[in-house]
Design a protein around this ligand. Structure first.
Ligand code: ZN
Ligand code: ZN
Ligand code: ZN
Length: 268
């Protein structure tokens, strides 16, 4: 007969467990369940899912400490966040061999087991699950914490994407991402930038026509070097704005503003 040293719970098959944070001994009944580590592996029974470890905390405080450690050491690279229509459906901590290393909350014994995953068979992998593998426990306090953390990770990934889209001048797409996170001012700013560029483009093309006319009037022949291929583009009385949109040698787009600057210099 086993007896829990923490709550006194007795049972023939009673198995005691240790708190993941402080190491205190208790049982499944009196401790808070954190998560399970499953591995899909090949062993003498063939290929299958085996439960490797089940983690518990003795108190809310120890859960909190553990959750914080986990959060600090989980990045987007470690987590596959399954989403549908921008909503997080599932936070999957599927860990490969590399990302399990250097995590404080993974014991050296477990790290070794993880490191051996996939050595003999490529299809071996590890899954961290909150509760049953097939039906993860959404009410699990640790799961909730990590889901919130995952939303934050996802948000920062989307915002970084929006920044890149702005750099690529895809302002409307960036604005839509800002809107999704209720960042209306940012969305407005991105859209305003788009309008500004449209206006600038029109101004520049009017400008370009003027500049070409001046070039013709002055009988000037200028040679513009394509910034992409270095090819020479002759600008003379027969050149029109349309033919200067793309490089005749490499086909890349020619930035109208750069061209206008060049013509202004040629005329001065
Ligand atoms: Zn504890
Ligand atoms: Zn107990
Ligand atoms: Zn070119």
């Amino acid at each position: 007969m086993g007896k829990c040293p923490n709550c006194g719970n007795k049972g023939v098959f009673l198995k005691t467990v240790n708190c993941k944070t402080c190491g205190k001994e208790g049982c499944e009944k009196c401790f808070i369940y954190l998560l399970s580590i499953y591995a899909s592996i090949w062993d003498k029974e063939g290929y299958g899912v085996r439960e490797w470890e089940k983690w518990y905390a003795c108190s809310d405080q120890c859960l909190e400490t553990f959750a914080r450690k986990l959060q600090d050491q989980i990045s987007l690279k470690d987590v596959s966040i399954h989403t549908s229509e921008d909503q997080i459906k599932e936070l999957c901590l599927e860990r490969g061999v590399e990302s399990s290393a250097n995590k404080e909350w993974i014991s050296s014994g477990l790290a070794e087991k993880i490191a051996n995953l996939g050595r003999k068979h490529k299809d071996e992998y590890l899954v961290f699950s909150f509760g049953n593998l097939d039906s993860p426990d959404e009410a699990n306090p640790l799961n909730q914490r990590l889901m919130e953390h995952a939303s934050e990770l996802l948000k920062s990934a989307w915002l970084a994407e929006a920044e890149n889209l702005e750099k690529a001048r895809r302002f409307e797409e960036a604005a839509r991402i800002y809107e999704k996170y209720a960042m209306y001012e940012e969305a407005g700013r991105a859209r305003a930038e788009r309008e500004e560029i449209l206006v600038k483009r029109t101004e520049v093309s009017v400008d370009l026509n003027n500049l070409l006319q001046q070039l013709k009037d002055g009988g000037i022949v200028a040679t513009y070097r394509c910034p992409h291929c270095g090819g020479e583009l002759k600008v003379d009385k027969d050149t029109n704005v349309e033919s200067l949109k793309h490089c005749e040698h490499c086909g890349s787009e020619i930035e109208a503003m750069d061209l206008a600057d060049f013509l202004r210099t040629a005329l001065s």
